[in-house]
Design a protein around this ligand. Structure first.
Ligand SMILES: [Zn+2]
Ligand SMILES: [Zn+2]
Length: 130
């Protein structure tokens, strides 16, 4: 059996589905995320620094949620999240829409969403025309 030391708490665990940290730490992270999400639900447009203060979750982590597309910037939060290619301000993810399209054309294999359950096996990537 594949066994690892959790880099966060040092506990020994067996990684499932390529997870890097143990279940307890995943749950703790999940709870942090939910705190931020719930806070934002009740305080739309709260400044990221205030969100961080109120939830005890670091701004770095909140930014990561945004980069991962798990959270979206609401109106009034400011435009601190920028497209990594062209620098235009975005609400969520890494790239603005047009860069994301370009990137996904070039790097489709890299950008397949991590959502393993939903990705049908061997499906060909195609871009829908709108
Ligand atoms: Zn752990
Ligand atoms: Zn861009």
């Amino acid at each position: 059996m594949n066994i690892k030391n959790c880099p966060k708490c040092g506990k020994i665990f067996s990684p499932v589905g390529g997870s890097l940290i143990c279940k307890d730490c995943i749950r703790a992270e999940e709870q942090e995320f939910e705190r931020v999400r719930d806070y934002l639900r009740e305080n739309r447009g709260a400044d990221i620094n205030i969100v961080s203060e109120e939830t005890g979750v670091s701004t770095k982590k909140i930014l990561k949620y945004l980069r991962d597309g798990r959270l979206e910037i609401t109106d009034g939060m400011g435009d601190f999240l920028k497209c990594e290619k062209c620098g235009v301000s975005i609400r969520s993810g890494q790239y603005c829409r047009s860069c994301a399209e370009k990137v996904s054309k070039n790097l489709s294999s890299v950008l397949i969403p991590e959502n393993r359950d939903e990705a049908p096996p061997k499906a060909k990537m195609h871009i829908k025309k709108r």
